[in-house]
Design a protein. Structure first.
Length: 298
C-alpha cells in the first residue's frame, strides 16, 4: 500500500461503521430507548482510535478483518467515556460532536446506562471473536487485558478521577502529565498494543516501538485539546469551549503558557515519529495519521 494512509481512512471508517451496525443492538430491539441512545452516542466522531488500530495493523502486515474487533471495542469504550464525561456530575457539557450530549438528548439515567452498556459490549466483542478474520483466542485474551487496564482505574477512569479531584487547584507540570497519560493517553496507547496482540508473530522490539509512538501521540493529543479549548469555537470543536478554565482545571497552557504548550506538543509528535524509525517506509500509515492529528482543528 503505497498511497498515503489518509486516502484509505474513509474506507476504514466505513468498515468500522459496518461492524458497529452489526454489533450494536437494533434501535427497535427491547429495551428500545436504551438501544436507540447507544446508537446515538456512538454516531459520528473522528474515529481516531479505530484508525490507529487499523494503521498499526498495516505496519504489522495484518489483514483488516483481524483488526475489526479491537477497532470497534476501543471506539465503544471511547464513546462510553464521552457520555459519562458530559454528565452534570462530571464535566457538565450540553454539547458533543456538534449536537446535544446524550444526557440532554435523552436523560441522565439513560446516559449512565448507555455508558455501562457500551463498556460491556466492548469486551463482549473482543471475547466473541465473531468478526471477519478474528485473532486467535490467546490474542483476544491479551486484547481484553490491555483494554481493561487502559480503561479502568489504572488508566482512563483513574485519570478522570484525578481530574475531578484536581478542580480548583494548580497542578505541577509533572502532576498534569501523569493525569493525562492516564485519562487520554492510556486508551490511545492501547490501540497500538491491541494491534500487536492481534499479531502473534510480532517481535518485542516492534511492539515496544509502537508503544512508544502511542505514548507520545497520546500526550500530544491531550496538549492539543487544551490549546484548542482556548482557541476554537463551539462550532469548530463540536463541544463547549473554555470548559477547563470555567471548571478551574489546570491545563498545559495554564501551567506552561500557550507558546510552550504548543512547543511541547510539537516535541512529542517528533518523538513519536522517531519511535517508528525501525519500520522504515512500512510506518507510513502511522506517520500520516500523526500528521493528521497534529493538524486537526477539533
Amino acid at each position: 500500500m503505497t498511497a498515503p494512509f489518509m486516502t484509505r481512512a474513509d474506507a476504514y471508517r466505513d468498515r468500522l461503521q459496518t461492524v458497529l451496525n452489526r454489533v450494536l443492538p437494533p434501535a427497535d430491539h427491547y429495551p428500545a430507548r436504551l438501544h436507540e441512545a447507544m446508537r446515538y452516542a456512538t454516531d459520528g466522531g473522528k474515529r481516531l482510535r479505530a484508525l490507529l488500530v487499523y494503521a498499526a495493523g498495516e505496519v504489522l502486515g495484518l489483514p483488516a478483518g483481524r483488526l475489526d474487533a479491537p477497532a470497534a471495542a476501543v471506539e465503544l469504550i471511547h464513546a462510553y467515556s464521552l457520555v459519562h464525561d458530559d454528565l452534570p456530575a462530571m464535566d457538565d457539557d450540553d454539547l458533543r460532536r456538534g449536537r446535544p450530549s446524550t444526557h440532554r438528548a435523552y436523560d441522565e439515567a439513560t446516559a449512565i446506562l448507555v455508558g455501562d452498556a457500551l463498556q460491556a459490549l466492548a469486551f463482549q466483542i473482543l471475547a466473541d471473536g465473531d468478526t471477519e478474520t478474528p485473532a486467535a483466542a490467546p490474542g483476544r485474551l491479551r486484547m481484553i487485558r490491555i483494554l481493561g487496564e487502559a480503561s479502568g482505574s489504572l488508566g482512563m477512569v483513574g485519570g478522570q478521577a484525578v481530574d475531578l479531584e484536581s478542580e480548583g487547584r494548580s497542578l505541577s507540570l509533572a502532576e498534569l502529565e501523569a493525569l493525562h497519560i492516564h485519562k487520554t493517553g492510556a486508551l490511545i496507547r492501547a490501540c497500538l498494543r491491541m494491534a500487536c496482540a492481534a499479531a502473534p508473530d510480532a517481535d518485542a522490539g516492534a511492539c515496544e516501538a509502537l508503544d512508544r509512538y502511542g505514548k507520545c501521540i497520546g500526550l500530544a493529543f491531550q496538549i492539543q485539546d487544551d490549546v484548542l479549548d482556548i482557541e476554537s469555537s463551539a462550532a469548530t470543536l463540536g463541544k463547549s469551549p473554555g470548559k477547563d478554565e470555567a471548571n478551574g482545571k489546570s491545563t498545559y497552557p495554564s501551567v506552561m503558557g500557550l507558546p510552550a504548550a504548543r512547543e511541547r506538543a510539537a516535541e512529542l509528535f517528533t518523538q513519536g515519529r522517531e519511535a517508528l524509525a525501525p519500520f522504515g517506509a512500512l510506518a507510513d500509515p502511522l506517520h500520516h495519521l500523526a500528521d493528521a492529528i497534529r493538524l486537526r482543528s477539533h
